[in-house]
Design a protein around this ligand. Sequence first.
Ligand code: G3D
Ligand code: MG
Length: 275
Amino acid sequence: MAISNEVQKKIILLGDAAVGKTSLIRKFVVDKYDDKYITTIGTKVTAKALQVEMNERVFYLKLQIWDILGQKGYSKLYNSCFRGANGVFLVADITRKHTLDSIEAYWIPKVQNIIGNLPFVILANKCDLINDAKFTAKDLREFASRYKAPFYLTSAKNGENVKRAFYILAKRMLARKTAKLPTALKPTMIESEKSDMVELIDRIIDDFNKGYEGIEDAMPVLRRQFKLAQLDLNNPTKEALRSAVNRLAEVEIGFLESVTAQANLRKRLKWIKET
Ligand code: G3D
Ligand code: MG
């Protein structure tokens, strides 16, 4: 069998908060499941090599897996993170039906508006909690068939279908098999989900990223500083955000002119005050 050259592909995982995106990546990449809550701030990029056989050939695939912020509304962040993606996992939580609805109402239109039609695979995660399921495999099949997309019931906890799902997405990316999307989709977002704080944090993240070469490098820094400032993105407070912004200024002093770093700090504190 012929070994093809190395191919690099970028995958993004999207879906509402707490559906299990970070856990799925961990399970796939390091074969570990952690019961402790892991809040993802920004994105974390993980690399994983994968050998895929297709059409009598072996492809050596280098996957770049982007774990993107799981809350809705981080528009600027999505614009930078979605760029260059070759495939998408759309993840729902089997114990919460609205997470499936939101794939259709929010995540698919977002992807389509920012990067267009891509290969994607739909996952209903936490299938180990089948007794608490709020939708069935049949519902999922119907849902996925509307987009001619493959789907899996997965469990990041016991590993069910996790590897299989990554292989299928890899194959579809190699074959460039896109989903079937209606044109001009508009993401819908209910009013209560729109938040000034989300917009503010999105603006601060974007502003910080501009000082960095690439978002890939900026994100781990943001994540660490947000964590140290105890900024909980599911429930952000101005106090924690202020502390995070101060920490970011300290980081920026290391690579920006100190007047610029100070001006950034003043500007961001002003944004917080005005929100
Ligand atoms: P996210 O990255 O999509 O926001 P996480 O989601 O990976 O952080 O997971 C959110 C919560 O769901 C975590 O639990 C995690 O342990 C749990 N979880 C993820 N995948 C599975 C799964 O397949 N089965 C079960 N039973 N739980 C899962 P906590 O309790 O820390 O909030
Ligand atoms: Mg996460």
